[in-house]
Write a protein that binds this ligand. Structure first.
Ligand code: UD1
Length: 313
């Protein structure tokens, strides 16, 4: 049994990590400022975790939260490309200043390891596919810049202070509990909930853009592996977390029509600012050093996700 702090515990990924850790018998403490996280994501486990409503920018609260922790799973962020284009200062405060505060607190508390939710957006719109970790980053949006800057802070804290840090570059993660209600929500959460209600989803662009959509269980597994791996395999390093397969938005929409029973067509709006066209990961580095393997493929993950939204309507 180990003690874990999850930042952003009320979010989609943070709450999924909390459920998985409790299932294994680990101790879970979590912080969330509830800016994008939802307390109902914790309703089934609220009595089994030490939850604190706190902001990453509150250094005292981070010191308190990190005390006695072995691992920190840092998921808290304002996780949106378009929102960062509208509000780059807010994105930087939450995604860079917040991370730096947390790292200082984790270092002072002598936490063993911090695993960070980095982002595939760091690669930007490079034409080379698949994207591998040795490629020169080319971030486009302020969100991507912020996520990449925090990766560098993670690595710096390993080099300067010996705080073991592992950066997991998430590609598009989807699954149960992903919030569909914000204009900045991930495309699958939005499409599924609309289509189940018989409402028309909006595609930005012609739908030929592609993504390496990765089911949440795979991301959870990557975090657990990143905590368990020997330091010489992972500390101060960056790993892609994805499936190594990509689908276009048009293909995804057709699959969702079958799963949801929606028979209409999608509306088309202009492409989104700072959107990237294609995204596909090389996952061989995580396979080699973390023993990471996708446990759930895209089709099965999509079916499970549609079922979850159907059941929770
Ligand atoms: C990006 C990052 C990801 C990051 C996430 C946080 C990449 C490859 N991925 O995801 O690492 O964690 O931001 O937000 O950069 N779309 C529609 N209709 C909608 C919503 C979206 O057509 O209603 C389209 C978007 O224009 C985009 C695609 O669907 O082309 C995926 O969008 P989204 O789910 O928002 O994620 P990314 O921006 O790819």
């Amino acid at each position: 049994m180990a003690r874990y702090l999850i930042t952003g515990i009320a979010g989609f990924i943070g709450s999924s990590l909390a459920h998985a850790l409790l299932d294994r018998g680990d101790e879970v403490c979590g912080v969330d400022n509830l800016s994008t996280g939802r307390i109902q994501n914790l309703s089934a486990i609220r009595d089994h975790i030490d939850f604190r409503q706190a902001d990453l920018l509150d250094l005292d609260a981070m010191h308190d939260a990190c005390a006695g922790m072995e691992f920190v799973l840092h998921q808290a962020a304002i996780p949106s490309v378009p929102k960062s284009v509208l509000d780059p200062l807010g994105s930087n405060r939450a995604n860079v200043d917040g991370t730096l505060n947390l790292l200082v607190a984790a270092r002072d508390a002598k936490v063993k390891r911090v695993v960070y939710a980095a982002s595939s957006s760091a690669y930007g719109d490079t034409p080379t596919l698949p994207k591998h970790e040795d490629m020169c980053p080319n971030p486009i949006s302020p969100y991507a810049v912020a996520k990449l800057a925090s990766e560098h802070y993670m690595i710096s804290f390993y080099r300067c202070y010996g705080l073991e840090s592992v950066c997991l570059r998430y590609f598009n993660i989807f699954g149960p509990r992903q919030d569909p209600t914000s204009p900045y929500s991930g495309v699958l959460a939005k499409f599924i909930t609309l289509m189940l209600r018989g409402e028309q989803p909006t595609m930005f662009g012609d739908g030929s853009q592609s993504r390496d959509f990765n089911y949440i269980d795979n991301a959870v597994s990557a975090n657990l592996l990143a905590c368990a791996a020997p330091a010489e395999e992972c500390a101060g390093r960056v790993f892609n977390v994805a499936t190594g397969q990509r689908v276009t938005l048009n293909q995804t929409f057709q699959a969702l029509k079958k799963l949801t029973g929606y028979s209409g067509e999608a509306k088309h709006d202009p492409e989104r600012a700072s959107d990237i066209k294609h995204s596909l990961a090389d996952i061989s580095k995580a396979a080699k050093h973390l023993q990471y393997r996708p446990l759930v493929d895209f089709e099965s993950g999509l079916a499970k996700t549609v079922q979850w939204y159907r059941d929770s309507q």
